[in-house]
Design a protein around this ligand. Sequence first.
Ligand code: AMP
Length: 115
Amino acid sequence: MSSETLFTKIISGEIPSEKVYEDDEFYAFQDINPAAPVHVLLVPKKVIPAIADATAEDEGLLGRFILTANKIAKELGIAEAGFRYVINNGEQGGQTVAHLHLHILGGRSLEWPPG
Ligand code: AMP
């Protein structure tokens, strides 16, 4: 199933973004409300509404998703010092956009546990 989301509009350029990375399968851009000095969102072009909606069909995509994030973290210069990946799922998980995305956060010491 393919539907329009805020992020499909960003990927198509209908809504502007500061692009960080793009290939056939993924698009990454600066978060508009950064929670850390580095805060990039990595989005699969395929609309999977939430990580819990992923199926066996998405197994390869999800592997490439993380490997692509690793490449971006390295390119952004946060790989050595450390960083955090976050995927919010559903209302109590803090998800506000129903299109799977990975937050890549770094550039400072990050606290744990999250709020
Ligand atoms: P989540 O709460 O996990 O669904 O994350 C959604 C993220 O999208 C938030 O961190 C927002 O700051 C970010 N966001 C919303 N609109 C935009 C936009 N137009 N450009 C870039 N990031 C956005």
